[in-house]
Ligand binder design. Sequence first.
Ligand SMILES: NC(=O)c1ccc[n+]([C@@H]2O[C@H](COP(=O)([O-])OP(=O)(O)OC[C@H]3O[C@@H](n4cnc5c(N)ncnc54)[C@H](O)[C@@H]3O)[C@@H](O)[C@H]2O)c1
Length: 276
Amino acid sequence: MKVVMIGAGYVGLVSGACFAEFGASVTCVDVVQEKIDALRDGVMPIYEPGLDLLVKKNVDAGRLGFSTDLASEVPKADIIFIAVGTPTRRGDGHADLKYVYAAAKQIGQHLNGYTVIVNKSTVPVGTASQVSRLIAEVNPEADFSVASNPEFLREGAAIGDFMRPDRVVLGIEDTRAEKVLRELYRPINLIEAPILVTNWESAELTKYAANAFLATKISFINEIANLCEAVGADVHDVAKGMGLDARIGKKFLHPGPGYGGSCFPKDTLALIRIAQ
Ligand SMILES: NC(=O)c1ccc[n+]([C@@H]2O[C@H](COP(=O)([O-])OP(=O)(O)OC[C@H]3O[C@@H](n4cnc5c(N)ncnc54)[C@H](O)[C@@H]3O)[C@@H](O)[C@H]2O)c1
């Protein structure tokens, strides 16, 4: 199976290397020439434990390559993942979809034969439908399906999270796409990780709902920490007492500086905008 990953950033590079490890033939495409040159020289653009070895192993095996030439990679693909950035749009808190839409239009121009185009970027509800419309617009003859497959990996534990995920979420609107994606994710199925198949909108919203819930746990325990300070309680004991309840769970209940990182701030803002 030939996979093309559009965007060789954190998610694209880790996912691409892991799909190659599963046995697929993968090309990661990026617009940044220096990034692709460095990757071809075995230099990783990010620090992620184990990534350099995984990339080298799969490059050496002939299953993983890097390119800036989207136009020549897209026609060869059975599956194309869009894994480009979706930062906060300046001024209004919405997710900025300009990179996703630009990638969709470029992909549409070069499709050849039945292809599944999969949104791996974190995107608001309605994006899969919009991507489908854009591709049909630029290439009315194209034979394609669109799917949504949000990514839940954590930076620093990305390979383990990808290879042994808590779940894979697939937003799918037709059986052809489901068959292709189930085949790609077969190694995940073999380790009995749940694969949740749902519609586009549910898959898109699941990612934001999960991140917002985790961010809420962090903010909640910080509020409780303030209360503990005021009343003479020990927040670590309170968090432990809460977290031992299986309905609550002990993770993300550590008081600290508040949530941050590359995703929670932008994704919580974007969820508010989706809801509005
Ligand atoms: N980083 C994480 O931990 C994480 C986890 C889960 C989900 N996500 C989501 O995944 C998406 C990607 O995040 P990331 O951290 O990998 O971003 P990133 O900025 O590391 O990588 C994006 C890459 O896409 C490239 N790109 C942009 N437009 C392109 C185009 N038209 N053709 C080819 N390449 C193009 C950029 O040059 C860049 O290298 C975001 O929506 C993010 O919210 C990120």
